[in-house]
Design a protein around this ligand. Structure first.
Ligand SMILES: [Zn+2]
Length: 341
């Protein structure tokens, strides 16, 4: 499995309701509550009686009589989380807000509202750009589809690739395919790792700014498409005819392989001519060999090859057709990638 070589460190930090104290230090939290306690005393009120946003003390808290530790502030209905995430897409909402679709490593694809994200000095900065790799802090309510985004910390942006036209189209394609293929709130760490791996494979050498390495865009797009279809469970056997079951890559009798829209797998030359088969395209032996290699190795360990737009373009067409078939819509970015090919 190619993906097995990828880093697998999970980052999920459920934190208490008071984000500051959970993310920074308990002392800050204790200080603020000590101040609140003194103010309450000065007003002759019992502790916690009127603190905004703090629930009435439970009996055992009242008995303890002291400053509550941060843990006691966790509200079961509003758990706050910090997840490692990749931003897929944003949509404007009202005057100043954004709806953000993002893929977390631990919770799958989520959508949330980023309040005031379109105002200057918002707590999101550049973190909501397409495919920014971030640590996203958010509140989740079980009864609501949208989470509330609190802030995000940038781990890695894709700004370095901004000057590279094809890399930009590839990023749009990754985001669109992920948005279309992934169900909401179903964790898929492998898909997350796939995206991180193909994004890393586009980075210019030594982390500098500038265009992606020549050819790396086509390698990344092909690798991503193949694994996106594979992880979604729709990748057919690439060495067997779907129609008659004959082996296509028997070294003694190698056969040509064809694919068509609406067909879940490959066809041999004979089955391709069956009535009602419709128009079809050939998937070359080279493309099938590249696919087999990509299913075995991480993207950066593939055998060196002069990648260009025309390299295994038939494989990408086949994979895009599979994606479109299952997403039940055409991808907007796929034709851009094959423009002029
Ligand atoms: Zn056949």
């Amino acid at each position: 499995m190619g993906l097995s070589a990828l880093p697998a460190t999970a980052v999920s930090i459920p934190v208490g309701r008071n984000r500051e104290c959970a993310l920074r230090s308990d002392s800050r939290c204790s200080e603020s509550f000590e101040l609140a306690r003194r103010a309450s005393r000065a007003r002759g009120e019992p502790m916690d009686a009127g603190l905004p946003g703090v629930p009435a003390p439970r009996p055992w808290q009242a008995r303890a009589g002291g400053v509550p530790h941060c843990d006691t502030l966790k509200l079961p209905r509003v758990p706050a989380r910090v997840s490692e995430a990749l931003v897929l897409r944003t949509y404007p909402l009202k005057e100043a807000d954004l709806v953000v679709s993002f893929l977390t490593r631990d919770q799958g694809k989520l959508r949330g509202v980023a309040k005031r994200a379109r105002k200057p000095k918002n707590p999101f900065g550049a973190g909501l750009e397409r495919l920014s790799h971030v640590r996203m802090a958010y509140f989740q309510r079980e009864t609501r589809e949208l989470v509330n985004l609190d802030s995000c910390e940038l781990i890695h942006s894709q700004f370095g690739l901004a000057a590279d036209y094809w890399a930009g189209v590839a990023l749009d394609y990754f985001a669109e395919v992920s948005e279309q293929l992934l169900p909401s709130a179903e964790p898929s760490e492998k898909f997350f790792r796939l995206l991180v791996a193909v994004l890393e494979s586009l980075q210019p050498p030594a982390g500098g700014n500038g265009p992606a390495l020549p050819g790396s865009v086509w390698r990344a797009v092909t690798y991503f498409s193949l694994w996106a279809v594979r992880l979604s469970g729709w990748l057919p056997e690439l060495h067997v005819c779907l129609g008659c079951g004959s082996v296509l890559d028997d070294p003694a009798v190698p056969q040509r392989a064809f694919f068509a829209r609406g067909q879940a797998g490959l066809m041999c030359g004979h089955c391709r001519r069956a009535p009602g088969a419709g128009s079809s395209w050939e998937l070359s032996g080279e493309s099938r060999a590249v696919a087999a290699e990509m299913l075995r190795l991480p993207v950066t360990n593939l055998a060196p090859r002069a990648w260009a737009q025309a390299t295994v373009a038939d494989l990408r067409r086949f994979l895009v057709q599979q994606i479109e078939e299952h997403a039940e819509r055409r991808l907007l970015t796929a034709p851009l990638l094959e423009e002029g090919n």
